[in-house]
Design a protein around this ligand. Structure first.
Ligand code: HEC
Ligand SMILES: [Cu+2]
Length: 327
């Protein structure tokens, strides 16, 4: 660890919560603190009133009991409407924060994550892999595209105040901008089998220049987009989707992010989930104007291969030279 890192980890002073380390943390902490104050304030108010009334109207006290008020409409309306407004306010606040966190900034650095019993497999765009560890640069938006090979897992970084389930059959996202150098815990926060508690890792936030050096220094494979293109040829997709094919199959360039019209009249946006389904469940959404002849690749491609194919389509499905020629 560098000096700067150590200073960040051992930040002095008293903290109600462990110090946050992402752009989401301050927002979440403020909301959390507000909820604690709101609930704590209500508990004190109710407890205080209870105690006061117990003492005032205890047996034998001289309190005035002559005209008990049995119903008061203004009071009833007030104690119904006020909490409803408070709850709507809290909901709006939380939904607003959630929306900000869900919105992935343009130019975010994509890292692929596959959760499996019982470890996290990660891969950077240039092909560098990590297991139970993630290195990211300070201050740059990062988005993890996450898939599970088996059970439901959940990617949790307490210092970032962010948690996202990783669900088989879907691709979920986890996006953040790290705001503090240091090493932080990664946990799996969804019970996923006997060694669930061992499914932990370390997230290291580095200065951008050091991160670039780290990313290039390690052993890396062809980049993820290159891997996707290799699969496009090797798994036989190009036989139908390739330029020279005689099978009527839609071209894949320019597909990502576009609106697709389906044979049954629905329209869908071609996002990660749509593309994943197109490959493993081709009969689910058949594209309008094409015969439903695409075979399912369920069980033939694993999650990291599916992610590579999607990354390749996200990059515009380019035709690339062979991996060997790139070196
Ligand atoms: C036997 C020919 C064939 C093969 C092999 C094939 N596909 Fe397809 N694919 C099609 C046809 C035909 C469609 C359009 C009908 C449909 O949606 O099922 C299609 C649709 C798709 C779509 C949706 C396209 C859109 O415009 O929305 C994607 C994505 C896709 N294929 C990717 C792949 C990938 C990746 C592979 C290799 C792993 C592959 N296909 C292999 C024939 C094929
Ligand atoms: Cu797990």
């Amino acid at each position: 660890m560098t000096d700067a890192t150590q200073a960040a980890v051992a930040a002095p002073g008293w903290h109600l919560l462990s110090q946050g380390a992402s752009s989401a943390a301050a927002r979440t902490d403020t909301l959390f603190l507000a909820m604690v104050l709101l609930c704590g304030g209500m508990a004190l108010l109710i407890g205080g009133l209870l105690l006061f009334l117990c003492i005032r109207y205890r047996e034998g006290s001289k309190a005035d009991r002559s005209s008990p008020s049995n119903d008061s409409h203004p009071l009833e309306i007030a104690w119904t409407v006020a909490p409803v407004l408070v709850f709507i306010g809290v909901f709006w606040w939380a939904a607003h924060d959630w929306w900000i966190e869900r919105t992935v900034p343009d130019g975010a650095m994509v890292v692929q994550v596959v959760g499996k019993q019982w470890m996290w497999h990660l891969q950077h765009a240039n092909g560098r892999r990590e297991i139970n560890a993630l290195h990211v640069p300070l201050g740059r938006p990062v988005v993890l595209t996450m898939a599970s090979q088996d059970a439901i897992h959940s990617f949790f970084v307490p210092a970032f105040r962010l948690k996202q389930d990783v669900v088989p059959g879907r691709i979920t996202r986890f996006s953040f901008t790290a705001t503090r150098l240091g090493e932080f815990h990664i946990f799996c926060a969804e019970y996923c089998g006997s060694e669930h508690s061992a499914m932990v890792g370390t997230l290291t936030v580095m200065p951008p220049a050091a991160f670039s050096r780290w990313l290039e220094a390690g052993p890396h494979e062809p980049g993820v987009v290159q891997q996707g293109f290799a699969l496009f040829r090797d798994a036989g997709c190009s036989g139908c989707h390739g330029a020279a094919s005689t099978v009527p199959a839609p071209p894949l360039g320019g597909l990502y992010g576009s609106t697709v019209r389906l044979a049954d009249g629905r329209t869908l946006r071609a996002d990660d989930d749509y593309l994943r389904d197109a490959i493993v469940l081709p009969r689910k959404d058949v594209v309008a104007g094409y015969p439903p002849v695409m075979p399912s690749y369920a069980g033939r491609l694993d999650e990291s291969q599916l992610q590579a194919l999607i990354a390749w389509m996200r990059a515009g499905a380019p035709s690339l030279p062979d991996a060997e020629d790139l070196r």
